[in-house]
Design a protein around this ligand. Structure first.
Ligand code: GLP
Length: 240
């Protein structure tokens, strides 16, 4: 894993934006894996700005989101479809047909999961995967467990994740308990991975990752150690 340490969350987003901007200039047909949560918001804002200035274009880019809650319609404020439209897609020159997000509502989630993997492969695989991390080390909704699912699947959220993510909902009871999530294998198949972590709450998570030379399903982020091109962009304070 390569580590880029920056002084604050804005500098983390700036370093990530520079990676995206140069990658998109080199290959305007990129396939991007995208994440939600509060961490990538500053990066999305910087990419929107670069797109508006004409530095980069998304008109040939394809995207695949990591995950989404089961049970929320696309227009629900907690849904990741809503998040992506509001925070990114509505503000850039991307073709909506090229944006793929797992649905919150479906009458065949297992069928969807298979089709999603096939669609990623048909697009040529993911060139650049963006990740955040949960305080418990989850990536996408791959929660700590004895065994992890390799490919896109229906995931159960852990009580810890439900509690932490309840800040995006009126009440903790409103947080869905299941999600569709790419698996650890779907993530590791990406050619390049960039993980962003900012804020004091993620410091112990990243310190544990950096201190232990272990790949442990009880700490899903540790699987990034097996990837040949994974970059962590974090705050300098995490290294102290
Ligand atoms: C959710 C998402 C993850 C994300 C995590 C961290 O649980 N499923 O993909 O990385 O939250 O979110 P935040 O950036 O808000 O801390």
């Amino acid at each position: 894993m390569k580590i880029i340490a920056k002084k604050d969350k804005d500098a983390v987003a700036q370093a990530a934006a520079e990676i995206y901007i140069s990658a998109l200039k080199e290959n305007p047909d990129m396939v991007l894996g995208l994440a939600t949560g509060s961490t990538p918001l500053d990066l999305y804002a910087k990419l929107i700005e670069a797109n508006k200035k004409g530095d980069i274009s998304f008109d040939r880019v394809k995207t695949f989101n990591l995950d989404n809650y089961i049970g929320l319609p696309a227009d629900h404020e907690g849904s990741y479809e809503y998040y992506m439209q509001e925070n990114f897609f509505n503000h850039i020159d991307i073709d909506p047909e090229n944006c793929h997000i797992p649905p919150g509502i479906s009458d065949d989630f297992p069928g969807f999961c298979q089709d999603y993997e096939a669609a990623i492969q048909a697009a040529g695989g993911i060139d650049l995967m963006l990740l955040g991390v949960g305080e418990n080390g989850h990536i996408a909704f791959n929660e700590p467990a004895h065994k992890l699912q390799a490919m896109t699947h229906v995931a159960q959220l852990s009580p810890n994740t439900i509690q932490v993510n309840s800040r995006f909902f009126d009440r903790v009871e409103d947080v869905p308990t299941q999600a569709v999530s790419m698996g650890v294998g779907s993530i590791l198949r990406s050619r390049k991975i960039v993980l962003l972590a900012t804020g004091t709450k993620k410091k112990p998570t990243i310190q544990k990752l950096l201190q232990e030379d272990l790949i442990d399903p009880a700490f899903p982020i540790s699987f990034l150690k097996a990837h040949p091109d994974a970059t962590l962009i974090i705050e300098e304070d995490y290294l102290k």
